[in-house]
Design a protein around this ligand. Structure first.
Ligand code: G6P
Length: 370
């Protein structure tokens, strides 16, 4: 079957627009009618086995690794189980401490990435239980894992991953909530609050997509520079890393993502007059701290785009040159919204530079060599 672009200029743009559907499809049948509980029939673990998990290792490559960075916070916050996230090409060479009480979660859109598959096998050899979050039913990773959570994003053609990443986030929210309800770390009311917010995400993404023209304008100004920075704290830092990767992949503009507070320990030296800095400020508790980091870069001449939420809009607008707001949601869920403007920014930057958006140079959709 030939995949169609359905009226979009590129697969990437089509896939960005398919995210509301991907979120809905990934949640479908997994949240109870009353919103107070999560059903994940795919998880074969008994309550006792879940209670026995001492730690979680999340292992993946590229964009899936970035989903795993968010996954760490989700599982730690909801289920209070310690989590480490590793890139698969490093994991098995660092002699990780894997025991029978370790749950290893591998994340892979294709389910065929060589390093991820090797990490899965290493985990199993050491007696760990392996859960896979993958977009391809019947893929190698899906076949070899003990439990498989399928992301229902549908086929992703563009090399730069968009809807697969956000569907992986949705899968992590569901797994985190499922563990929380099993372990009793969160009560029904709280789980209900999170599921209500989750179910609102698709419409909120739709609203965000309507603001694409603003991002096109910002992208047109960014492409004049050959280097830029993404900064953020907490979950904003995790999303910053994905935003930076997306931009590099398809626009070939050098960028780095920095934990905002770490800037002054070195990278600040690179900020010059006009250097674009994209600052994510969606985490209420950390906003004040990030705002002071924004002042540091502004003082060195940086041109700052603030990505925040509606409730912080006014406050952030005072400190930045341009501001883009996402709809309000729970702090834990913001990555599922804040990444969308960054995807669009990368798309328009690549377009403005005349690159092959869907097939960037030197990159492959699925890397089956180590
Ligand atoms: C390649 C792709 C990336 C992807 C990574 C991991 O580098 O270009 O978009 O994130 O592989 O792929 P996987 O299929 O394991 O998620």
């Amino acid at each position: 079957i030939t995949a169609e672009k359905a009226g979009f200029d590129h697969f990437m743009l089509k896939e960005i627009h398919e995210q509301p559907k991907a979120y809905r499809d990934t949640m479908m049948g997994r949240i109870s009618e009353d919103g107070k509980s999560i059903t994940l029939k795919e998880i074969g673990m008994t309550a006792e086995q879940i209670r026995g998990i001492q730690k979680v290792h999340i292992v993946a490559c590229g964009t899936a690794y970035h989903a795993g960075l968010v996954g760490k916070t989700i599982i730690e916050q909801l289920a209070r189980i310690p989590v480490e996230t590793d890139v698969a090409s490093e994991y098995r060479y660092r002699n990780p401490i894997i025991t029978e009480d370790t749950l290893v979660i591998v994340v892979s859109q294709s389910g065929e990435t060589a390093d991820t598959l090797a990490a899965l096998r290493e985990a199993k050899r050491n007696g760990a239980r392996v859960m896979a979050i993958t977009n391809v039913v019947g893929s190698s990773v899906a076949r070899e894992a003990d439990d498989v959570i399928t992301t229902w994003a549908g086929p992703e053609i563009a090399v730069a991953s968009t809807k697969a990443y956000t569907s992986q986030l949705i899968a992590f929210y569901l797994v985190g909530l499922y563990f929380a309800q099993t372990l009793g770390t969160r009560d029904e009311q709280y789980i209900g609050e999170v599921t209500t917010a989750l179910l609102q995400l698709p419409e909120q993404v739709e609203a965000l997509l309507e603001q694409a023209p603003v991002l096109k304008l910002i992208a047109d100004s960014i492409v004049k520079h050959n280097s830029l920075f993404f900064i953020g704290r907490g979950l904003d830092f995790a999303v910053a890393q994905e935003g930076s990767l997306k931009l590099k992949e398809i626009s070939y503009i050098h960028s780095e993502a920095y934990a905002a507070g770490e800037l002054k320990h070195g990278t600040l030296a690179l900020v010059e007059d006009g250097t674009p800095v994209i600052a994510l400020v969606t985490q209420e508790e950390l906003a004040e701290k990030t705002l002071s980091n924004i002042k540091e870069v502004k003082a060195r001449g940086a041109h700052v785009l603030g990505v925040t939420n509606h409730s912080n809009h006014e406050e952030v607008a005072k400190s930045v040159d341009e501001v883009f707001s996402i709809p309000n949601t729970l702090a834990l869920l913001t990555p599922a919204l804040s990444v969308v403007p960054l995807q669009l920014l990368s798309y328009y930057a690549s377009l403005a530079l005349g690159h092959d958006v869907d097939k960037p140079r030197n990159l492959a959709k699925s890397v089956t060599v180590e």
